[in-house]
Design a protein around this ligand. Structure first.
Ligand code: XBP
Ligand code: MG
Length: 253
C-alpha cells in the first residue's frame, strides 16, 4: 500500500488566483510600455490560457487573435523582451501584496511540514514569479520548504506535457505512487496524470468548465475549518477541508 511522502503543487490558479488580476494585468502593462495597442481582456485571456507559458501565449495570441501584426525578424528576442518586461510588472504587483493565497493553502503546507512530508512545485511560470509569490505570501523562509521548485523553461515542453512533473519526481527520487499533486486546470491535470500522479483539483473561474477526468477529487477550493469546500466530483469521505488525513485516504484509491 502506497504511503504518502510528498505533495507537489502547481502555482498559478492553485496556490493563488494569479491569472486574471496578476499575469493578465502585467502582460497589458508590458504591452502598453512597449507602445503596443494590444489589450488582453478578462474574456480573451480565458481563451489565451489554452496555451501555458507567457512567451508561448504571446505567440499564440499573434498567430490566432492578432494576425495583422507583423513580427520583427528577430521574433524570438522581441517576444522574450516583452515577456521580461511582463515578469518585472508581475513581480512588482506581487510585492505590493496584490494577490493572496487561496483558502487552505497555507494551512495544508503547515500541516505537511509538521508531518515531515516533502514538498515540491511544478509550474510553467517563470522561476522568479514563484519566488515572488512565496516570499510575499508566506515569507522568505518558505523558499526552503520546497525541496524542488520545477518552473518555466527548465523543461522544453510545458504543460500539458508531463515533463515538469517527471522532472520534479526525478529530482526527488520518488515514485508518483507516493505523491499527491494539486492542480487547477485541464492542462495541469493532463501533465500531472501524464506523470501518473494522483491529483486533487481546486477549480477557479477560468477552469470551472475544464475536463478533470482522472482526478482523485475536484473541489471549488481546498477548504478551511469554518469554510467548507464543495465537492464537484469524487469522494471526500465526509471531510470539510483537505488535510493530510483526507489525502491519505485518497491515496488508497
Ligand atoms: C501557468 C501558466 C503561466 C502563467 C504565466 O500555468 O501558463 O504561463 O500564466 O507565467 P500552470 P509566465 O498553472 O498550469 O503552470 O509568463 O512566467 O510564463
Ligand atoms: Mg495552474
Amino acid at each position: 500500500m502506497a504511503t504518502l511522502q510528498a505533495l507537489i503543487f502547481d502555482v498559478d490558479g492553485t496556490l493563488a488566483d494569479t491569472e486574471r488580476d496578476g499575469h493578465r494585468v502585467a502582460f497589458n502593462q508590458a504591452f502598453a510600455e512597449a507602445g503596443l495597442d494590444w489589450v488582453w481582456s478578462v474574456e480573451l485571456y480565458g481563451e489565451l490560457l489554452a496555451v501555458t507559458g507567457g512567451k508561448e501565449r504571446i505567440r499564440y495570441y499573434l498567430e490566432n487573435f492578432n494576425t495583422d501584426f507583423v513580427l520583427p525578424e528577430n521574433d524570438v528576442a522581441f517576444i522574450a523582451d516583452l515577456h521580461q518586461s511582463k515578469t518585472a510588472h508581475y513581480t512588482a504587483l506581487l510585492e505590493s501584496g496584490g494577490i493572496p493565497l487561496r483558502p487552505g493553502v497555507k494551512r495544508l503546507l503547515n500541516e505537511a511540514r509538521e508531518k515531515c512530508l516533502r514538498l515540491a512545485i511544478a509550474t510553467t511560470t517563470t522561476p522568479i514569479n514563484v519566488e515572488a509569490l512565496l516570499v510575499n505570501t508566506l515569507g522568505k523562509e518558505s523558499m526552503e520548504w520546497f525541496e524542488v521548485i520545477a518552473a518555466g523553461d527548465i523543461v522544453p515542453a510545458k504543460k500539458p506535457a508531463s515533463d515538469i512533473y517527471d522532472y520534479a519526481l526525478q529530482e526527488m527520487q520518488l515514485d508518483a505512487d507516493v505523491c499527491m499533486a494539486f492542480e487547477d486546470s485541464e492542462n495541469g491535470i493532463l501533465s500531472s496524470r501524464g506523470a501518473k500522479l494522483r491529483t486533487i483539483i481546486a477549480i477557479n473561474d477560468y477552469t470551472k468548465d475544464h475536463d478533470f477526468s482522472g482526478a482523485a477529487l475536484v473541489l471549488d477550493h481546498l477548504g478551511e475549518p469554518g469554510q467548507r469546500f464543495t465537492v464537484l466530483s469524487g469522494d471526500a469521505y465526509g471531510a470539510d477541508y483537505v488535510d493530510i488525513a483526507l489525502i491519505e485516504k485518497l491515496m488508497q484509491g
